[in-house]
Design a protein around this ligand. Sequence first.
Ligand SMILES: [Zn+2]
Length: 241
Amino acid sequence: MKVWSISRAVGLFTGDSRALLIIISGAMLLAGWVWLQENPQHNPLEPLDLNDPPGWATAGKLSDLSGNRALCRQVLTRSEVPFTALPGVGDGPCGLPDRTQINNPVIVPGNAIATCPINAGLALWINHGVQQAAEEHLDTKVTRILHLGTVNCRRVNSRQNAPWSEHATANAIDISGFVLENGEYVSVLQHWGEGKKGDFLEAVRDSACQSFRTVLSPEYNAQHADHFHLDQGTRWARVCR
Ligand SMILES: [Zn+2]
């Protein structure tokens, strides 16, 4: 009798704790789901919106855009990034199958031809890296980002037997400086490692690593003393330096 009542008590206890566990797990799952709805940048199932800050799922979603022009251009449209879709030209190592003209007014000279993933990376970087860094380190905004070019049919470092550069397919952009709202200029060549403008440049370089696969700055080598090289190439492991 005694044994029966103990086992019944244990049985009831087990039943209660199981129900409690189910309720707690359900509540946690619900809370997690609500949180993911509010933070789509962490949710791999939500489509990419370049107006959202970078999150856990952003790098994967950006990688998905490489080689998928239609998906990438959908993302630009959804994120209200201005661009012009142009037909591809040529083939081989310097063919340009993805010509997505950069119409973002902040990028100067305007109307440069690049791949769609470069357009996407720039939008994310400007929205969530460049402007924040300018406010934090220089108490102003960036009105212009100056670039040296995107397309260049050459091999890496122009060496004869090196692999083809991402510039050969317009999958890269070289950034040389930034014009601020107060008219001042921040130059990668002049201000890298120099005071507050240097702090701004370092923050901008670091944030670019959340928007681009490869980021090379003056810290990488002497060939990048006067610009940041940003590309979306998927052939190599990520580089951020
Ligand atoms: Zn470059």
